[in-house]
Design a protein around this ligand. Structure first.
Ligand SMILES: [Zn+2]
Length: 223
């Protein structure tokens, strides 16, 4: 498949993962990192093993993490997993007994996946408490969302957010579960906040969209 075909597939969703809707970066196709930072792969809607065509009509862009989680699943099985996931997430957010057990299992599974894919040895097994970490993350998230709600039309860099809220800069993206944007409900209206672009792009972002509600792609994903 030629580069222009990849661009066509990428354009189908205007540069977003067709599962989760997160922005994906055209030039990060095939990157193997499973983080929400724009890496993506071509997803065959009907799998090739099941007679799906290799033509562009059968292809959609999916971020690497979504594509790896989906495997061969589709239809009813995929919906069942979403429902189960919702139930699990609710328990985990409330830190119920079941929820805490799920947090531990989630942690265990992620470590196993990582080891399987990268061959990296497991570290920090004895000192890491996943439930405690999840509690801290939730607290930090509450603080950040509360702060962002107070300034419904502004964009902040991770550094500014860290300075104003006391949440460590390195953890902000992780806590907000986002690569670039965060959505917050404010008086019944949904606002999307942009985390300001890194320094090299700052002049560009200051000129236009900064501080506005963000729709569509942040500028650096469009290239
Ligand atoms: Zn995705």
């Amino acid at each position: 498949m030629a580069e222009k075909h990849f661009r066509e597939i990428w354009k189908k969703t205007n540069g977003h993962c067709h599962f989760c809707g997160d922005p994906i970066s055209l030039r990060k196709r095939g990157y193997r990192r499973q983080r929400a930072d724009g890496c993506w792969e071509v997803d065959h809607v009907t799998q090739r093993a099941k007679g799906g065509a290799t033509s562009i009509e059968n292809c959609l862009p999916a971020c690497t993490s979504c594509n790896r989680l989906r495997w061969h699943r589709k239809g009813a099985e995929l919906r069942e997993m979403l429902l189960l996931g919702m139930i699990a997430k609710r328990e985990m957010d409330r830190f119920t007994e079941t929820g805490n057990r799920l947090i531990a299992l989630h942690h265990q599974q992620s470590r196993q996946n990582k080891r399987r894919r990268t061959g990296a040895p497991l570290r920090g097994a004895k000192t890491f408490d996943p439930v405690l970490q999840a509690t801290i993350r939730k607290k930090e998230r509450d603080i950040l969302v509360c702060f962002l709600r107070t300034y419904p039309k502004q964009a902040f860099s991770p550094r500014q957010l860290s300075k104003r809220t006391g949440v460590p800069k390195s953890r902000i993206r992780r806590v907000l579960e986002t690569a670039r944007k965060v959505a917050v409900l404010h008086h019944g209206t949904r606002y999307e906040f942009q985390i300001r672009s890194p320094k090299r792009n700052r002049s560009r972002s200051q000129s236009g969209t900064l501080g506005e509600k963000v729709r569509g792609l942040p500028s650096e994903f469009a290239r």
